[in-house]
Design a protein around this ligand. Sequence first.
Ligand code: SF4
Length: 611
Amino acid sequence: MNGYGGSILRVNLSTGKIQKSPTSPELARDFIGGRGFGAYLLFTEVPRNADPLGPENKLILSSGPLSGLLIPGAGKMDFTTKSPLTGGYASSSLGGMLTAELKYAGIDSIILEGISPHPVCLLIEDDRIQLLDATEYWGQGTISVEKSIKDKYGEDYQVAVIGPGGENLVPFASINHDYGRQAGRGGVGAVMGSKKLKAIAVHGTKAIPVADTQGYQKAGLELFKACKQAEGLAAWQRYGTTIVTSWCDEVGALPTRNFISGHFSEGKELYGPVMREKIVITDKGCFGCPSPCGKYSRSKKYQSNVEGPEYETIGMLGSNVGISDIEDVAEANRLCDDLGIDTISTGGVIGWAMECYQKEIFTSSDTDGLLLDFGNTKAVFELIHKIAYRKGIGKLLSQGVKKASEITGKGSENFAIHVKGMEQSAYATHNATAMLLAYMTCDVGAHHNRSWAITYDLQVGRDLIVPEKVARIIWLQNFRPMFDVLGSCRLQWVELSIERDLYVPALEAITGIHRTWEDLEKVGEMIWNLTRLFWIRENSGFNRTWDLPSPRFYTEPPADGPTEGQITKYEDVQKLMDMYYDQRGWDSNGIPKNETLKKLDLESFGVTSWS
Ligand code: SF4
């Protein structure tokens, strides 16, 4: 099959059985790859009500048809599972080199199921695939384990690894790769930990077949040329995602002290140029990337190195917890990476704990004696450890902000910043109705990358609530995640304004199938509805209240900054939901109507049994 490795690898950790089967041409035709494969396999293979950390849940790694080929940023891999954080659909994307190596081993997806009786490592060397004892690595941080595996097998091996967070089943544990890249969201690392799988190491040497070699080279070259000629390349490469830190602060979108505000008065020390000057030592990119956004940093203060921090981490482990020194943020980033926990959720739950302390819901007797004042860097470092090892107050915080606030009560639920149990990433959404709706309806919980709409709010009017704005969110949700289906990075389109139509001849030359973006958007819409059905199937009583944002965004206007005094009214939140459901073809509880499933041809995949 052109554009594909050609096989799906199934590993049963309980029995040790390893099986390879050919990638189904129908699966490739209908779901294309990456996130599409993951969504279909999750829905059809994981039984209803499976325990996310039990043997029946599966962790599905998938590359796409562009992965591993010479297309800008074609190094994206999707990790799909039932989330231990939210109980719904989780899909987290990882950059780096892993997906390319997997394709070179002739594999499109790995389905991990069951639970191993002891810690293991999955070693893939083309067709030689083994489960090896990994007891010696259990308990170690991600960085040392990745290094040990590379030292033992060679630098050609690409490694995905969990840290103590994943081993201890922290529901927002990450899977790490390439010493600084993470599949961070939704607890994919906890699912890997529940299976006692410490690491996956892959090396492949096979060629990926393409339908039209000359056409592929020509179309690939056009894409690279467009990236190299892009006006925004120099600034993007210099600052990466930190290019938006100052902008977010200026427009009131920088999460500050648990999202009480969108402006951090001490924020200037966190801005991209300060970070570049102070700690960045080199740039780092994923496979085939002409515009590397990764920044590798050295902190003199802590005598340590880290890849990052990128914007989301600066927002969540900087301003959101009141830290204003970029070196402190870099060190918090390093700790999370090594311990294998998501920086966004970690910053979210620590911000919430600090507000509990400020409001005297927590006293030092609840916090193991820690003074959880905003800006207390030492306390942040301590909490990161406690969360990863689930010790002391870390036992509570490691459950995520939704569960922690439900246990704590005393009104703390009102400032637990999440949607569907996933901590909101680093955009404060006071009076930013497009971004608010994007978070409310995101398919994994409050994550930004499906529909990054904060700039659109500024462009058309942040309080505007009109059908066109809702339509824009839906279009982004159908379109942007298709990059995770194809297996390439979306940031060349987002940040360098590369014409998306340049991908069409590349995809056709690689797969031999002509697909326009309109065709791809239809697949995106189908996947969006399928994953919605997964949420509904797995959570009895699912209804529109699940899509509500944190009350903070409709009850508490910020007291300072550019959004001072501004919020979206509750009735407008409801109005946004009504418009969204209507345009999606869902009923008033946000459940896809039968006619919508019919229109998307989802019934033909046997996915109507959710009701
Ligand atoms: Fe990776 Fe950044 Fe390049 Fe995208 S832009 S491929 S995330 S380095």
